[in-house]
Design a protein around this ligand. Structure first.
Ligand SMILES: [Zn+2]
Length: 363
């Protein structure tokens, strides 16, 4: 652990959120697996009735529901190719119900962009996750400077600002672009206590202000936390931030997860996941078989409540692993470790790109 907290980490509030959403006590990990498998089946049936793509893909679903939740790992995958070629056929609501469309230019062989559709309900679910995730390390009286790029309505930065305001935290949206000297001035002027930034933005800020941070005039009003998202966080950055008195809370999310996916608690032992909305699996990239906790593989995710465009067993291309054992914060739930590379499957051959190429999180 690079940043050693002065007190034991508070248990991730995501556990209570998962308990409330699922009705599960604890929540106990095996019971949660069974709950998620059931929700996945409901989501699959729902999507199959409404989308031509899923009607073709999911002809055979288990009936009745199997006792063993492992059946979920036998459903077919959805790929980035599908997001480029079949996005409209994946839509499960009318166009009029779509609140936000995100188009992502990718390096795929066809040159076609990926496209994702979200309803107001889908965006509200992300707001809910942002409120709870940010409550892991911020609260009433905090001021968060949002450096994350993008100011589109319903984009990640704007949803984050809204969620913070709803939990009594004051968001300050930085101008775009925001050079380090402007960020440093805003931090001092606004009494910023926490950042929401890309890792590269925090690095630039620390390089601009080496040594003791000039933005901490009073010990009870210091910038001492940063939510980092959109790119991998390396140990060097954690060390530099710790030297400046800033504790990093890394977030994992993709546009495909409607931005929010998982966030570290104060114990910094992996991302606590958005388990009530997402089923996250790790599979062997060639065979597609599940791998044991602790083993590297491709991260696969299923949306359990998504209405506009559900993603069921979507291959993210991110290389990662589930961390075995409970978290030091007291949570019994598994966490996702840092993304260790990208798996490229375009063109048939499977290639693993390391070191980290970054995790797409387009605000
Ligand atoms: Zn934890």
């Amino acid at each position: 652990m690079i940043f050693a907290p002065s007190r034991p980490a508070m248990r991730s509030p995501l556990d209570a959120w998962v308990s409330l959403a699922t009705g599960l006590h604890g929540p106990e990990p095996d019971a949660l697996r069974r709950w998620q498998a059931l929700r996945l089946l409901e989501a699959a049936r729902w999507a199959r009735e409404r989308s031509p793509f899923y009607a073709r893909l999911l002809k055979h679903l288990p009936d009745p529901i199997p006792d063993d939740p492992a059946w979920a790992a036998r459903l077919p995958f959805v790929t980035t190719h599908d997001l480029r070629e079949h996005h409209e056929a994946m839509l499960c609501v009318s166009q009029g119900e779509v609140e936000r469309v995100v188009t992502l230019n990718t390096s795929g062989t066809t040159g076609k962009p990926k496209r994702l559709f979200f309803t107001g309900e889908d965006l509200d679910a992300t707001l809910d996750f942002f409120r709870v995730g940010m409550a892991s390390f911020t609260g009433v009286g905090d001021v968060v400077l949002i450096l994350l790029p993008g100011r589109t309505e319903h984009g990640a930065a704007m949803l984050l600002a809204k969620a913070l305001a709803e939990i009594g935290v004051r968001p300050v949206l930085a101008p775009q672009p925001c050079p380090p000297e402007v960020a440093a001035r805003l931090i001092a002027e606004e009494g910023v206590t926490c950042l929401a930034a890309l890792p590269s933005q925090l690095r630039a800020l620390l390089e601009h202000s080496p040594g003791p941070p000039p933005w901490s005039p009073a010990p009870d009003r210091a910038l001492d936390r940063a939510l980092l998202s959109g790119e991998p966080v390396d140990d060097g950055l954690r060390q530099a931030a710790a030297k400046a008195g800033i504790e990093i809370f890394a977030h994992y999310g993709l546009t495909e997860t409607c931005f929010g996916g998982g966030v570290e608690c104060g114990a910094h032992q992996g991302y606590h996941l958005r388990e009530a909305d997402l089923l996250v699996e790790v599979v062997e990239p060639v065979s597609g078989d599940p791998v044991a906790n602790g083993r590297q593989g491709e991260v696969v995710l299923s949306t359990l409540n998504r209405r506009g465009m559900p993603l069921l067993r979507y291959r993210t291309g991110d290389m990662g692993r589930m961390l075995p054992g409970p978290c030091a914060c007291g949570s019994p739930l598994r966490r996702l470790g840092p993304v260790a590379g990208r798996i490229v499957t375009d063109g048939g051959a499977i290639q693993v790109l390391t070191p980290e190429k970054g995790t797409a999180n387009t605000p």
